[in-house]
Design a binder for this molecule. Structure first.
Ligand code: NDP
Length: 289
C-alpha cells in the first residue's frame, strides 16, 4: 500500500487563484491594493530567503509589499518606533517581523508592538487570546496551513483523534487549538512525553512539528492514518527532509504530505490571505466581502 500524497503545491496554486480575484475586487473597491510590510533586522541568524519568498507571492497576487531592512545594530527603540509608524500607516494592512531577531532585541517587544488588526501572522498576545477563546483574529500561518491542507483534502477531523508532536507557540500550540475548534480530540506531545510511539499509534491524524529529521518512522504510525509533516530539516550532507521518515511511512499511512512540497508552500500563501483579510477588515464592516 502506498499513501495518497497531499500536494501542497497544487493546493497553493488553487488558493492563489482565489486570492488574485479577491485582491482585484479590493483594488476595484478601494482604488489601492492591500499593503504588507516585512521588517527584517540584518544579522547572522536572519536569512533573506523568507522575505524574498513573501515578496514574490505578494507580487503574484497584486498585494503591495515592501521590505524594511534595518541594520544589525538597530536599537529596541528604533525598532518599536518603526512598528508604531507602520501601525499608524493606513496603507499598511499587514506587518510581519522576520524572526529570529539579533540577540540584543527582545522578541517580546515585537510581539507586543504590532497592532492586533495588522498582526497577520498571529504572534501577538491578543491574537493568541482570540484563538484560545475562539474569537475572530489572525492565526499563525503554519498552523492555519495544516488545517487548510486537511480541509481541502477532505480529511474528517470531527471526532477524530489527532496527535500533535510539538508545542511551540508558532506551530504546535496554535494548531492544537485550531484542531479543537474543528471538534477533533487532540493529544499534544513534546520532548518530555515518554514512549511517544504509544501515543502516535493511536492517531487518526498525526502531525509532526518537532524539527528532528525523519524521527517519525513506520512503526509509530497506525495503518491508514493521515500524516502531516511540518518539519523542515537541512541535512549535513545537503538537502532537506521533514520530521517524518517518508520512505517507510508512505507504505503505512493512508495520506501523507511530502517535504518539500507539502505544508511549506501553503504557509506563505495563507499569510498573504490573512493580509488581504486584514485589508478588508480595516476598510470597515460595510466594505467587507
Ligand atoms: P520548536 O523548536 O520551537 O519546537 C519544537 C517542539 O518539538 C517543541 O515543543 C519540543 O518540545 C518538541 N520536541 C523536540 N524534541 C522532541 C522529541 N524528541 N519528541 C517529542 N517532541 C519533541 O520548533 P517549531 O515549532 O518552530 O518548528 C517545528 C518544525 O517545523 C521545525 O522543523 C521547523 O523548521 C518547521 N517549521 C515549518 C514551517 C513551515 O512553513 N512548513 C514553519 C515553521 C516551522 P519541548 O517544548 O518540550 O521543547
Amino acid at each position: 500500500m502506498s499513501a495518497t500524497l497531499l500536494n501542497g503545491r497544487t493546493l497553493s496554486a488553487t488558493i492563489k487563484t482565489e486570492l488574485r480575484t479577491d485582491v482585484q475586487r479590493y483594488q476595484d473597491t478601494h482604488g489601492h491594493a492591500p499593503g504588507l510590510v516585512i521588517v527584517r533586522v540584518e544579522g547572522d541568524a536572519a536569512s533573506g530567503f523568507y522575505s524574498k519568498a513573501i515578496l514574490k507571492i505578494s507580487r503574484e497576487l497584486g498585494v503591495e509589499a515592501r521590505l524594511e531592512l534595518l541594520p544589525e545594530q538597530t536599537s529596541a527603540q528604533e525598532l518599536s518606533d518603526l512598528l508604531l509608524r507602520l501601525n499608524q500607516d493606513p496603507r499598511v494592512h499587514g506587518i510581519i517581523v522576520q524572526m529570529p531577531l539579533p540577540a540584543h532585541l527582545p522578541q517580546d517587544l515585537v510581539i507586543n508592538a504590532i497592532a492586533p488588526e495588522k498582526d497577520i501572522d498571529g504572534i501577538s498576545p491578543v491574537s493568541a487570546g482570540n484563538l484560545v477563546l475562539g474569537l475572530p483574529g489572525f492565526q499563525p500561518s503554519t498552523a492555519a496551513a495544516v488545517i487548510e491542507i486537511l480541509k481541502r483534502s477532505e480529511i474528517e477531523l470531527a471526532g477524530k483523534h489527532v496527535v500533535v508532536l510539538g508545542r511551540s507557540n508558532v506551530v504546535g500550540k496554535p494548531l492544537s487549538l485550531l484542531l479543537l475548534q474543528q471538534h477533533a480530540t487532540v493529544t499534544i506531545c513534546h520532548s518530555r512525553t515518554p514512549d511517544l510511539a504509544s501515543f502516535t499509534r493511536q492517531a487518526d491524524v498525526l502531525v509532526a512539528a518537532v524539527g528532528r529529521a525523519r524521527m517519525v518512522t513506520a512503526e509509530m504510525v497506525r495503518p491508514g492514518a493521515t500524516v502531516i509533516d511540518v518539519g523542515i530539516n537541512s541535512l549535513p550532507e545537503g538537502g532537506m527532509v521533514g520530521d517524518v521518515d517518508f520512505a517507510s511511512v508512505q507504505d503505512v499511512a493512508g495520506a501523507l504530505t511530502p517535504v518539500p512540497g507539502g505544508v511549506g508552500p501553503l504557509t506563505n500563501v495563507l499569510l498573504l490571505r490573512q493580509c488581504i483579510e486584514a485589508a478588508w477588515r480595516q476598510a470597515g464592516p460595510e466594505a467587507h466581502h
